[in-house]
Design a protein around this ligand. Structure first.
Ligand code: CO
Length: 209
């Protein structure tokens, strides 16, 4: 793609927005009040706003390889802190996707250098769910299931944070686990039982009292 084309696209986009509403950017500059924090994969095919049909100002977005939520990741933790405590979002979404290269790489035994510690977080998910995953014979099915389980575990990681636990108690913040199915374009809600999950981990990770 010619990088010059991006600037042409931008001009077209600005004209389109101003055509609909001459105050569009003036209003946008006043501030943001998104109700959703979206944590997704950096994969170029999984475009957060476009697949959700939302526009500027609607969703606070954090993306990294394989939509991971690691407590040692200052960036992810800062995003959660800021969106929960300051923007006061009502929903946190962790959205994984089938055919995720990060998850695929974690399933292979290969030295990937700097990526090793990052992918190890996904290998930890495999270890936690080893029995279920090893019982699946079909490799594609196993791959899809690991994508789903990874989303579930990252939701658990979101719930482990004190900010989220406090916001849940105070104002009913909820966490959602989704899969973007690249094969069909559909978003699949994994229907994670948020209350059960939270109660299950509170024995060890409770931080809100
Ligand atoms: Co991915």
């Amino acid at each position: 793609m010619d990088i010059k084309k991006i600037f042409e696209n931008n001009k077209t986009w600005v004209a389109e927005k101003l055509g609909n509403d001459p105050n569009y950017f003036k209003n946008l500059s006043k501030g943001q009040k998104p109700q959703i924090l979206y944590i997704g994969c950096s994969d170029s095919r999984v475009t957060a706003e476009e697949l959700m049909g939302v526009g500027p100002g609607d969703v606070f977005v954090h993306r990294n390889i394989a939509n991971m939520v690691s407590s040692m990741d200052l960036s992810a933790m800062s995003v959660i802190n800021f969106s929960v405590n300051h923007l006061k979002v009502d929903h946190i979404v962790v959205c994984g996707h089938y055919h995720c290269g990060g998850v695929k790489a974690a399933m292979a035994s290969e030295d990937l250098g700097l990526l090793n510690p990052w992918l190890r977080n996904i290998r930890d998910v495999y270890r936690i769910h080893r029995d279920e995953l090893n019982a699946i014979e079909d490799e594609d099915e196993k791959y899809n299931r690991l994508v789903e389980l990874n989303v579930e575990e990252q939701c658990v990681n979101v719930l482990k944070t004190a900010d989220v636990q406090k916001a849940y108690r105070k104002r009913g913040l909820t966490v959602h686990g989704w899969i973007f199915d690249i094969n069909s374009g559909n978003i699949i809600d994994l229907k994670i039982d948020y209350n059960k999950l939270l109660e299950g981990i509170r024995e060890i990770y409770h931080l809100d009292d």
